[in-house]
Design a protein around this ligand. Sequence first.
Ligand SMILES: NC(=O)c1ccc[n+]([C@@H]2O[C@H](COP(=O)([O-])OP(=O)(O)OC[C@H]3O[C@@H](n4cnc5c(N)ncnc54)[C@H](OP(=O)(O)O)[C@@H]3O)[C@@H](O)[C@H]2O)c1
Length: 274
Amino acid sequence: MGTDIPLHRIACITGATSGIGEAFARELSDRGWGLILTGRREHLLEKLAGELPGGPPLRLVPGDLRNPQDRQRLLEALKETPGLELVIHNAGYGLDRPFLQASPEEVLALGELHVQSTALLVNQVVPLLCPDRPRRSSSVPPGIILVSSAAAFLPAPGPALYTATKAFIVSLGTALFPELSRRGIALQVLCPGFTRTGFHDHLGWDPQRLQNRGLIRWMAPRDVAKRSLRRLWRPAPGITGRSPVYVPGFSNRLILALARLVPRRIYNALARSW
Ligand SMILES: NC(=O)c1ccc[n+]([C@@H]2O[C@H](COP(=O)([O-])OP(=O)(O)OC[C@H]3O[C@@H](n4cnc5c(N)ncnc54)[C@H](OP(=O)(O)O)[C@@H]3O)[C@@H](O)[C@H]2O)c1
């Protein structure tokens, strides 16, 4: 084995300061992965770094991914990392107010994060992940997880910009899946449903709303991360055998299946009240 083979597999996780991204970081760290972590709240990145098991390499690249300079800094860090085998683009936030009430700054900012940074990151990291680069082992393929949302399939006037930008991620991932599979890169578009994280605090939701009700079953972020990784690395029967879109949790999948059956007129009437 050549000396240039890195000792650890490295994963980059965006939005690692809390919630699902933090859960991915803890899960991968427990499995011995080295990490490149990013998010705006540097003190939370440092706190997390202090709590992870020592050993594997750990690099913090704090920054705002809506900002082109910060995006570039992250990409430079990735280019300097020979053992990069997994990129999880998870950073995101909700905008829960009628679309026409959002300011121009709010409209552009959400697009910068969910649309521009996703497209740029995938465009730039694919060459870095190609299987002919030095890797730790070939037991799992290099991979990309793009975090979208189950809401991408439930467009509604309230969170219109959120659902539309998350639908972009589904479309981009679905379009690129055959090409990336051909290159030996596993791709997943992770579409979580109701997950207990800081996401709803930022939206100012009353904690009472975070209770299980009917088909609504809240998941823990660590559960979402575990299921996503299990699914990413499960051998697939060829590129036609599986969709890259993964919705964790039976009740979330059931909600989406039922929503597809609802006649459009009724869907529109219900969506107006969201
Ligand atoms: N929770 C749910 O029910 C749910 C459901 C469906 C989809 N999702 C998606 O899951 C992903 C993770 O969200 P979460 O639920 O874990 O919420 P969270 O706890 O609020 O985490 C969001 C993460 O994104 C980061 N982030 C936000 N804006 C950023 C920016 N401009 N630049 C860089 N990083 C930024 C945050 O870090 P900083 O604030 O430190 O920058 C944080 O680490 C999001 O994409 C969200 O849309 C969540």
